[in-house]
Write a protein that binds this ligand. Structure first.
Ligand SMILES: *Cc1c(COP(=O)(O)O)cnc(C)c1O
Length: 383
């Protein structure tokens, strides 16, 4: 049905009506007082979301641009970096590091398994010469639905002393607690089409004082993504280049809505919906790629049993119910589907998606106790 699409993918995520109305406004000049006032308010709200007093810089870029900016502004040619790689995004950050000539060491885990904090501890403790300049971790690895143990890895980074902690928080910030200042995270990247619940196009980077120290001597090439320029201009409530004006206006509305809900409620909602989704999948006899102990709050990766095709399930959900879920990437293509519960998603959306999934599975000949998924989900949503 037209205009009924329900996005249950890990980005772009659904956008609230108040945000859509903000998006409908005509653009204004970015060198105006009016825009500067909006910009200043947005930055204040971003700091609230990040639980930080550090700079949070706004880029016209997707999450990858924000992450690339975070990597290249604080490192120098030949620097040694440890990159956690247990999925598509971890793999990507290692590739970015290599593209810039960094000495890149991957700490790997299978897709679906969490990164082993012990491996980071061992590598950092062995580095008595302090050659490791940064540790890069994807907090919520979207490709596999895994939440990595950032807090524990970060403790080893702090004990090391030199290395900067750089975090892909694209599907954790605004869904899972990421206390940037309390943990002393140096670089935290995110993107607008995820928990922020506005369309794609903005990237965000939070930067610590320690990272700015490294910036002074960092020598990787940069121009458009030179964060020093953004910082300098942000102090004057402006940006070095034309920002995505309309998206920033929309962001103000979206962040206001998030503030109204409150951080604790936002985190609790994501956790509740995650638990409901996982319980439903289990009750329907479907497998889960990530274990309960390290499951992402934003996305659930589901493994259909032999005989059920993940792509067929997705296709039927789309065709019959206008519900979009994500497929598997790379070697998991066709083997899993991924249900997003990220951003502007309410319990009703989760119930709807589970009920539609039940109908789909039934039509594909899969047998299970009728209503088992919905019943299991309700158990968590009502708890
Ligand atoms: C979506 C996402 C990104 C950013 O991807 P873009 O397509 O560049 O916005 C980065 N990391 C994770 C974990 C993501 O889910």
């Amino acid at each position: 049905m037209q205009d009924k699409l329900m996005l249950m993918i890990p980005g772009p995520t659904p956008v609230a009506e108040s945000t859509l109305l903000a998006l409908a406004k005509a653009p204004i000049g970015h060198r105006t007082k009016e825009f500067s006032a909006i910009f200043a308010d947005v930055v204040t709200k971003l700091k609230w979301l990040h639980q930080t007093t550090n700079d949070v810089l706004i880029l016209s870029a997707s999450g990858t641009g924000a992450m690339e900016a975070g990597i290249i502004n604080f490192l120098s040619k030949g620097d040694r970096v440890l990159v956690g790689d247990n999925g598509k995004f971890g793999e990507r950050w290692a590739e970015v590091c290599e593209a810039y000539g960094l000495q890149t060491e991957r700490i790997r885990a299978e897709w679906g398994q969490p990164l082993d904090p012990e491996a980071f501890r061992a590598a950092l403790e062995a580095d008595t010469a302090k050659t490791i300049a940064a540790v890069i971790v994807t907090h919520s690895e979207t490709s596999a639905g895994v939440l990595n143990d950032l807090a524990t890895i970060n403790r080893s980074v702090k004990a090391h002393g030199r290395a900067l902690m750089m975090v892909d928080a694209v599907t954790s910030l605004g869904a899972t607690n990421v206390p940037v200042d309390e943990w002393g995270l140096d670089v935290v990247a995110s993107g607008s089409q995820k928990a922020y619940a506005i369309p794609p196009g903005l990237g965000f980077v939070a930067v610590s004082a320690k990272a700015w120290e490294a910036y002074k001597t960092a020598d990787l090439p940069r121009y458009y993504l030179d964060l020093g320029k953004y910082r300098e201009d942000a102090a004057k409530d402006t940006t070095p280049f034309t920002p995505a004006v309309n998206l920033i206006v929309a962001l103000q509305a979206a962040l206001a809505q998030m503030q109204q809900e409150g951080l604790d409620n936002i985190f609790a909602r994501h956790r509740r919906q995650r638990n409901a989704t996982r319980a439903a999948m289990k009750a329907l006899g479907l497998g889960l790629l990530a274990a309960d102990t390290h499951a992402s709050d934003a996305i659930t990766a589901v493994v259909p049993p032999a005989g059920l095709d993940a792509e067929q399930i997705r296709k039927a959900l789309q065709q019959k119910f206008d519900i979009a879920m994500a497929g598997g990437q790379d070697h998991l293509k066709g083997k899993i589907f991924r249900m997003g519960h990220l951003g502007f998603v309410c319990d009703r959306d989760v119930l709807t998606a589970i009920a539609a999934l039940e109908a789909t599975l039934q039509s594909l000949g899969w047998t299970f106790p009728a209503g088992a998924g919905v019943t299991a989900a309700i158990g968590h949503l009502n708890a």
